[in-house]
Design a protein around this ligand. Sequence first.
Ligand code: ADP
Length: 410
Amino acid sequence: MAEKIKVLLIDDDEDDYIITRDIMDDIPRRNYVLDWTSSFEEALALIREGRHDVYLVDFYLGAQDGLQLITRAVQEGAKAPFILLTGQSDLETDEKAMRAGALDYLVKGTFNPFDLERSIRYSIEHAMSLAEIQTLNEELEQRVEARTQELAEAIRKLENTNRSLYEAQQEIHKALQKEKELHELKSRFVTIASHEFRTPLSTVLSSASLISKYKTEADDEKRQKHVERIKSSVSNLTNILNDFLSISKAEEGKIYNVPTTFNLKAFAKEVVEEMQGYLKAGQQIAYQHEGEERTVNIDKQLLKNILLNLLSNGSKYSAEGKTIRFTTSIANGAALVAVQDQGIGIPKADQAHLFTPFFRAQNVTNIQGTGLGLNIVKKYVEVMDGKLEYQSELGEGTTFTITIPNTAEA
Ligand code: ADP
């Protein structure tokens, strides 16, 4: 025999229970068990137990009504179907019952065993279909959720790939740019080198051949003059070669900042001394250290190269007899060096390109140079984390000011 269907009647009127029980007894095959409760709270407790297959709920339940009970029970997750029993038969109650979660609606005193059986069977089937739909729905939601996560993951991976591709593209672009710059640098190097090397070399050649012609003691002075010219040309060549070497080292990122502690003023004086041999007739370097005389902690070699470059430019681009002012000072965790000349100045239009390798301003046609010195200075200042500034007036002079962090003070 099929298992009995358990029905719970929730009705505060015992007469109704008896009537319902009698109707139920008249249902053919009678495979129903009817339980009854008249209390709202007890009904909720029984519904929570979930032992029944269907609930018949009276519209009137003392202070509360059946719709409230159905609403509460459905909210609490009741699975079995509700059928509302009421004395009224109107569309409004029917709709309210359905909205609250009842699956069917029977008007008391009007339904017969057949109606009750049909309503119970229909409600149970309906509830099962609903449960099935709900399960399917939940499964579907889970699948949608999983799929959404997969898609989000795929999008994230795509974005990462995209980012890597973009970065790779940027890298390639940078490498190509560097390659292009190197290529330009090389071709400019060939042009400048052939020009700059030829001049001192032809001096060496002509002076050497002249020396070989001066045979007597009376020619001693002339001979000496040409020996000096050879010496100066060779030292010029050495300087140019040193510039080339420095530039290629800087290009390869092989310049390092190695600070040591030394007395800035004493060091600057040595540099001024070293410069004496390079100055034009009547030129002088007026050196002054402003403020306290203290030791600094700075890369000495880099600073020396910077100063030699700036001072020799100051001399090279000034006329004979001019003074080159050279100042040093120490303040606020930095050392400051400034080189000021009264030379030819730099045309405004050329100033933007001053630090480009091999660049030379319009107004230097007769003055020898490679256009590398300032580029080297700039690179050294960068390596030392310093700051380079300049100010120049055409025909009046130029001032270069460099500020270098001094770790002795930090
Ligand atoms: P070089 O002196 O060998 O040409 P630099 O890199 O030292 O190369 O200088 C680049 C250019 O900047 C010079 O050719 C010159 O036009 C200009 N310049 C640099 N220093 C001075 C200066 N003190 N006075 C005038 N022009 C200068």
